[in-house]
Design a binder for this molecule. Structure first.
Ligand code: DX5
Ligand code: ZN
Length: 218
């Protein structure tokens, strides 16, 4: 199974965000991971659709948008129009998960479900027929640079089995605390899309290609 790297721009230099997105694309990223936080669902604030739209033409690879917001539904169209290719939402938000996933799909955008460390993996079961991606949080959402929670590995294994049994083409993404030392363990547990913020953006633009290569084990 080929592994995709989705650098989280949360760890990039926000004063030159467009250039950072260009640079990470040239360095070999597969997706651009965009962390959207509302200061309510998570204790941090980041960016909204206007910023996503402003950087969309800096790269031709898919934008993997992770919404850590509640409510979700009123903002879906904004992120679709901003150019999101994949939109992941959290079932822990109080919004109607089923309706939000259907709304994302109605725009021909891929739909993902992102689950927190304390959320049981079985929460995905009712949505297996619509999901394109499952995002497993391996840190508590809100901030980059946190330590990987190792009990996530069992969750990945269970989800890999569930996906394989479904026969559907669903990506399994891992997000939080991924570094050169632990990446192989998440791949072995079944992840095929790897989000990495701190690890990719460390050392400045001249290091991005090396960091991505090293994550791929090359
Ligand atoms: C956390 C975000 C992650 C995070 C990844 O709420 O969803 O995408 O920024 O950053 P690192 O790789 O630094 O843990
Ligand atoms: Zn994320």
């Amino acid at each position: 199974m080929s592994v995709k790297v989705s650098p989280s721009i949360l760890a990039s230099n926000f004063s030159s965000l467009g250039e950072e997105v260009q640079s990470i694309t040239k360095a070999g990223a597969d997706y651009i991971h965009v962390d959207v936080m509302d200061g309510h669902f998570v204790p941090n604030l980041t960016i909204g659709p206007a910023v996503v739209k402003s950087i969309r033409d800096k790269s031709d690879i898919p934008f993997d948008v992770h919404l850590m917001i509640d409510p979700v539904e009123p903002y879906i169209e904004g992120f679709v129009n901003a150019g999101a290719d994949i939109i992941s939402i959290h079932p822990e938000a109080n919004d109607d998960t089923d309706a939000c996933l259907k709304k994302i799909k109605s725009h021909n955008v891929k739909a993902g479900l992102a689950i927190n460390p304390n959320t049981d993996w079985e929460v995905v079961k009712p949505y297996m027929n619509v999901l394109d991606l499952i995002l497993v949080m391996s840190v508590h959402p809100g901030f980059g640079g946190q330590k990987f929670i190792s009990s996530t590995l069992d969750k990945l294994k269970a989800l890999r089995k569930e996906i394989d049994q479904s026969g559907r083409d669903i990506e399994l993404e891992i997000d939080g605390g991924i570094n050169f030392e632990n990446i192989q363990s998440v791949i072995d547990a079944g992840a095929n899309v790897i989000v990495a913020g701190t690890t990719v953006f460390t050392g400045g633009q001249s290091e991005y290609a090396n960091n991505i290569k090293k994550l791929r084990g090359k």
